[in-house]
Design a protein around this ligand. Sequence first.
Ligand code: ADP
Ligand code: ZN
Ligand code: ZN
Length: 817
Amino acid sequence: MIFLEVAVAAPVTETLTYGFPAAESHHLQPGTRLLVPLGHRQVTGYLLSIKPAEETAFQVKQISAVLDSKPLFPAGMIPFFRWTANYYNYPLGEVIKTALPGGLTQQSERYITLLAGKERLAEFTSGFDTEKTDWLSDLVERGTLSPAQTRRIWRSHKWRHLLEIWRDEGLIAINDTISAARTGIKTERCVGLTTSTPANAGVKLKMSEKKALALVQDFVEKGLPSPVPIKQLNREYSGAGKALKSLAEKGLVFFAEQQIFRDPFGEEPPFFPEPAQLSEEQLTALAELLPAIDKKDFTPFLLFGVTGSGKTEIYLQAAKKALEAGRSVLVLVPEIALASQLEAHFFSRFGRNVALLHSGLSSGERFDQWHQIMAGEAKIVIGARSAIFAPLTDPGLIIVDEEHDGAYKQEDTLRYHARDLAVLRGKLQQCPVLLGSATPSLSSFHNASTGKYRLLTLANRIENRPLPVVTITDLRQTQKEKTNFPFFSKDLIEAIRNNLRQGDQSVIFLNRRGYANLMLCEDCGNPVKCTHCDISLTLHKNEKVLSCHYCGYQAKSPILCPHCRSTRVREIGFGTERLEEALKLLFPEARIARLDRDTATNRREFIKVLRAVHTREIDILIGTQMITKGHHFPHVTLVGVIWADAGLGIPDFKAGERTFQLISQVTGRAGRGDKPGRVIIQTHQPDHYSITSAEKHDYLSFYAYEMKLRQTLQFPPFSRLVILRFSGANESLVRTAASLTAQAAEKETELQGIILMGPAAAPLVRIKDKYRWQILLKGNDAGRLHRLCEKIVAQPVPAVRTGKVIMVMDVDPESML
Ligand code: ADP
Ligand code: ZN
Ligand code: ZN
C-alpha cells in the first residue's frame, strides 16, 4: 500500500490521504485525476503527491479509480495551486478544477465501477433477464465495465435510468475518463531548408529546382517562419511542388506538417516583419530585460510605455530570448478578441510555436491546445485571464499585456487576479515577469517606484509620432446651448463633420449601452426599476424592451409606471444606441457602426465590425469600452469622449483610476497612423484630476495625486482589502449573518491593526432577488489579515453553514459594488 495526497473538488480546505496498492502504483504521477470516496459520495480528486508510508499510519480509505492515463498538469504547478488556494481562501481542489479547461469530460469515455458487494447488487437484480444483461455478469466478475460496453448500455434509455438509480444508491460509480487527445488541429504541408547546399552535396540542379530553391531561400530571408507552407510557394511558382520533391530527394530541403493559423474568418493573419531598427528606448529597455531572461531568475518588470511606443516589439524580443534558452513563454492579454493584432505579431515571428487559449475555442480545440502545451509542443501560449493556469512545464517568461485591465480579475467563484498570479507564478517557477501598460495600475507603479519591480520606460511613440492633441469641453456650457442633441457639443459635431469631409474616421466613446438608462415617471417622479434588482431599467429602443443589465430581466416598452400606472414615462439619460440615432440624423450620409455588447454578441460579430473599420467601410464607430483596448486603427484621427465623468459617480475607491485609464486608452486610439490625431473630451467635471491628467497624457501627475488620496484614506496600495459579501433571499437573515460575522471577527486578536467597516448594505443592495450586505476589512499586515480571513471561513455563522445565506470572500477586490 502507498499513500496519496489528494485535493478533492469539494468545499474541503485540507488535502486528504487515500491508499493505493503499491503494486499498481508505478505509473501514477502527480497531476492525475482520481475518483475518491468522500462521505457517502464519490468525487473527483487531484493527485498532488505520493507520501512516505510512515507519515500515515492511521486507517485510510482506498481510492476508487484512476481517471487519467497521464497527468493533466505538471507537478511543478502544484506549489502554485497551493499558494493560490491559500491566498484566496478557496478549497485547493476547487482551485485546480477552475484551472483545468472546461469540457474535459466531452472528450471523455464513460465507464462504470462496482462499489457495493455482489450480495447487495443481487438485491437489485433478482428477476433480471440474464440473456439481455450479459454485461451484468461482467460487472460483477471484473468490477468494471469497459467504455465500449458502457456506451452500448448507455444507448438504452431503460438501462441508463437503472444505472443512474444504482449510482444514487451508491452501488456503482459512473465516471468519465479522458481518452488520448484527438488532433483536431489543422496542419499543412511545409518545406524547410536543410544545411546542405548544392555545392557541398555535390549535386547539379535543373532550372526548375534552382528556381524553387531560390524561392524558399527568399521566403526564409524575408523572415517568414520556416518551414514555409508549400501552398504559398506554389502561388509564386506553379512548378514548385514537383521541383521541391526532387530537391528533397537530393537532401536540400525537407518536408514537414505544421500547424496552420487562421483568423476567425479562416484567413491568414496579416504578416508583420521584424522592424529593421529598434528605437533607442527599446534598446535600453531590452538591455535591462534580456539578461534577466537569460539567467532565469524571478524578476518582475513593469514596462511603462505610452500608446504606440512599441511595447509589442519588446514582448517579441523577450520571447525570442526565452525560446533560445529552451524555455516557453506565457502571454496574457485582457480578452483575446481584443488582441488579434498581438496574436498576429506572435504568429508572424514564431509561427507554429504558438498556442491560443480563449473563449472562442470549442472545448475540443481547447483540450487539444492544453495537451500541446503540456507536451511542450507549443512554446508560446497566448490567452486571456484563465491562461495563467496553462500547463507550461518550464516557463522562461510571463508577459501580461495591459496589466492594469480590470478583465484580469475573475468576479465569481475563485476571485483571482491573473496579473497578481502571474507575478506569483514567476516567483514559484523562477522566471521573469513582464507587465506592460501605458497606464499602469496604481499598485504596479507603486511596486516599481519602491524597487519591488524594475521599471522600464518607453516615453515616446515610435518615430516620434506626436501624441494626439486633446481638448476638454465643458458639458455644463453645452447644455445651456439647448441644441437638439445635448450630448454632442458644437465642437464635436464640427470636428466629426470635418473628418467626414476629409475621408478620415472618427471614434465616439460612451461606456453605456442601450438607448436610455433611466426611465422616469412624469407623474409620480419614480424611476422604473427591475423587479428583481434595485437597478433602473435601460431602454433598448430597437428591440422595444426595457432591460436590466444585471439580471437580464426584460419588460416590454412602452411601459406603465409600476407605481402609479401613468403612461407618461420619459426617457432620461442616454446610451450608445441613442448616440447612434442622433448621429444618423446629424450625418445621414455617414457610414456608422456601433460596437457594444448588444451589437457584438460574439467574437465573430465583434471582429466583423473591427474589420470594417480597418478596411475603411465605416466612417464613425460608436462604442463602449470594448473599443478602447489595443486596436491599431491607422485612419482614426478623431476620438470623441461623450461623457468622461460617467464612471466617477460610482462609490468605489478605484473610480478615479479607472476613469483615467479608460480615457487615456481611448485617447490612444487617435493618430496612430501617419496623420496626427485629435481628441475631444466632454465632461461635467473639467477640473477633475483624472480628466486633466488624461488630457495632458500625464500619468505621473495622475499617479501622484491619486496616491495622496489613497494615503489619506489608507486604501491600497497603502493597505490591503478584503470584502466579505453576504447574500440571500431573506434580507433580515442576510443582515444578521453579516452582523454575527462582524461580531465574531471583532473578538479575534488578529483584528488588532485591522479596520473592520460595516456591515452595510452593498451599493447595489438587491440583485437577482438576492439582498446583499458586506463587510470591509482593511489592514497593513497581510499575514494578520489572512489569518483573520482563515478563521472567518473556518467558522461560518449558522445561516452561512446551512446555506441560507451565501458568504463569499473577495481578496484584493477590484469592485466595491
Ligand atoms: P504599443 O503596444 O506600445 O501601443 P505597438 O507595439 O503597437 O505600440 O507599436 C506601434 C507601432 O510601431 C506598430 O505598428 C509597430 O509595428 C511599430 N513599431 C514597433 N517598433 C518599431 C521599430 N523599432 N521601428 C519601426 N516600427 C516599429
Ligand atoms: Zn408614476
Ligand atoms: Zn435585474
